[in-house]
Structures are given as structure tokens and as C-alpha cells.
Design a protein around this ligand. Sequence first.
Ligand code: PGA
Length: 249
Amino acid sequence: MRTPVLAGNWKMHKTAPETIAFLERLIPMVAGAAPREIVICPPFVNLPAAIGAARATRIEIGAQNLFWLKEGAYTGEVSAPMLTSIGCQWVIIGHSERRQYFGETDETVLKKIIAALEAGLKPIVCVGERLEEREANATEIVLGSQFASGIAPLEPGQFSKICIAYEPVWAIGTGKTATPEIAAAAHHFLRSEIRGRFGDEAAAACRILYGGSVKPDNIGGLMAQPDIDGALVGGASLDPESFASLVNH
Ligand code: PGA
């Protein structure tokens, strides 16, 4: 049995006081949720506020990015040991916005996964095709190559510690969620890639989250798919009621 993961990716939203106010409202609303891992990923500067507010609750805190070296002359970057030193437990790696605007590639994704794992962070690794790639029937080619270059080079022991998020770029922030069937087909494909590289057990154990316009009214259909093990949620994670209803669906 795979424990579902419900992760909120706040992107560049909320100040420190807003972070604390959000968590104070969310905590009682998800206290009785079924077995699932609940993760909130605020901007770097608000991690300490979030970690403080979520202490001794079932909510865990993640970063949205990291740099793969431990320290050095890399102005503006944050390392994995810095994140774990303040109690951060998760990290999103390879989000499509980072690939699109900040030059992230499958190669940097791989380095970041390894750095995160060395420090004991739990990576949520994002893959997904763009609209023109889907329209050209290239979804599986794109997912296959992101998997082959960014994830497959991991050792099996490393792979066992990551979650994957399938996020079709055309569904992110657009209100156009993938239908459960479209998402399920991509998840099924990714699981078969995992099976081919890491074997049956690893494929059966890996949590594959769906992301892209997940909302309280579409989560049920998505989570009913056997290969969908949770959600990485942007817009609908910014409001405590809406995120709580995703967690409690
Ligand atoms: P969205 O974002 O839920 O606002 O579409 C998802 C994501 O980018 O992780």
C-alpha cells in the first residue's frame, strides 16, 4: 500500500505572517485526516516560520528548490544541508517553472536529487510534457527522456526514497486539469518505466503524484485512479479550506 502524499506548492506566494496564519487554520482541519503525508512548500524565507508553526503536527514542510553543492560562492543559492539544519524535510525538484524560467535541465535535476538525498531530504521530482509536445503525440517520448536522464541514473536505494510528480505543463495554473484517464495513462507509463529500470518492487512502492489544476471538485476522480498516489497542488493550496478539503477528500 502506498500512503498518499498531498503537497502544497505555494510558489512565490505568502509572507511570513500569512504563512503562520495559514498553518494555524489548516492544522485543526487536517488533524483527523486518513493516513496520508501532508506537505506544505513555502518560499525559502518562510520555511522557519512554517516549520515553527507546524511543529508537533502531522504537517511537514518542504522547499521548492535547492542547489546541489553544500556551500561555496553561489550567490543566491540554498543548499540541502542548510534546509535540513532548520528542520525542512521535503524538497520539490525540477518543477516545470524552474525548467522554463531558470534553466533547470534533467542533468541539474539529477544532481539536485542526489544532493537532497545525501542530506536526508525527501525529493518530489517533477516531470511533464508541454502542450505542443502532447499535441505532437510526444508525451511518452518526453516523459521517457526526462525519466531516463533525470531519474534512471539513480542507484536503486536512492530511487526508493523519491516521489515523482507528473505535472503536464498545459494543466499548471490554467484551470485545465488532465482528465483522470489522461493522468492515469501517464502515471501508468511512468510506472512501467520505473519497472523497467528498477524492478517490480520499486515500481509498486513509488508514489507518483499528479499536479496541474487540482481542485476540491476534481481530486476524487484523480485519486480514484490506481496509479495516482497523491497530488502536488499550486493554486488550491493557498487557501486553508481548499487545501484541507483536498487532504480530507
Ligand atoms: P496548479 O499548480 O495547481 O496551480 O495548477 C500545480 C503546480 O505547479 O505544482
